[in-house]
Write a protein that binds this ligand. Structure first.
Ligand code: K1U
Ligand code: ZN
Length: 172
């Protein structure tokens, strides 16, 4: 089932999420909903707090090439084990901050560990867009948004635009 994505500013996007102890059928269903919501948006990632859920769960699929096979990843309790010194700059967006973009510098390569939907531990090294996206999604679990990396004035401008958008959406 497709769900609504929270729009910034919203206190639920600022919460620190709790680790998942057991992967229940309800959590697997939430992961399925997150993938459906992400593909529908469309986006390349999504974190549980964007749906108002404070569990440490993210999904991503950064395959962008037309006709290429999708690669959806579901990560419970993802942790960055190590990061490269080399950095990468990417103009990031966020489904909770529609149509706003900003350059963010992050480690180019990250080694990430997580639990998959069957409760098995997984570990993989991510590069380029996958590395950017997985770090962006893990930031969401700490209540951090990409605009928190921007200059205060730019962040304030984007927040005001989002407040206006939310007022317009509420009016219908
Ligand atoms: O977390 C989110 O809100 C999803 C976000 C992920 C992300 C984008 C860019 C850099 C880092 C993380 C998005 O998916 S925004 C939409 C987007 O980037 C996109 C949409 C369609 C095709 C390709 C990209
Ligand atoms: Zn985001």
């Amino acid at each position: 089932m497709k769900r609504n994505i929270l729009i910034h500013p919203d206190p639920r996007l600022k919460k620190i999420c709790a680790p998942v102890a057991d992967i229940t059928d309800a959590l697997r269903a939430l992961a399925d909903d997150m993938l459906e919501t992400m593909y529908d948006a469309p986006g390349i990632g999504l974190a549980a707090p964007q749906l108002g859920v404070t569990d440490r769960l993210i999904v991503l699929d950064c395959v962008k090439e037309e006709g290429a096979a999708p690669r959806s990843l579901v990560m419970f309790n993802p942790v960055v084990l190590s990061s490269s010194d080399e950095t990468n700059v990417y103009e990031e967006g966020c489904l909770s901050i529609p149509e706003q973009y900003g350059e963010v510098t992050r480690p180019k390569v990250v080694d990430v560990e997580w639990m998959d939907r069957d409760g098995n531990a997984q570990r993989e090294t991510f590069d380029e867009l996958w590395a950017t996206c997985v770090q962006h999604e893990i930031d969401h679990l700490q209540g951090k948004l990409f605009i928190d990396y921007l200059k205060p004035l730019r962040r304030q401008m984007i927040t005001r635009k989002m407040q206006k958008l939310k007022r317009e959406m509420a009016r219908g």
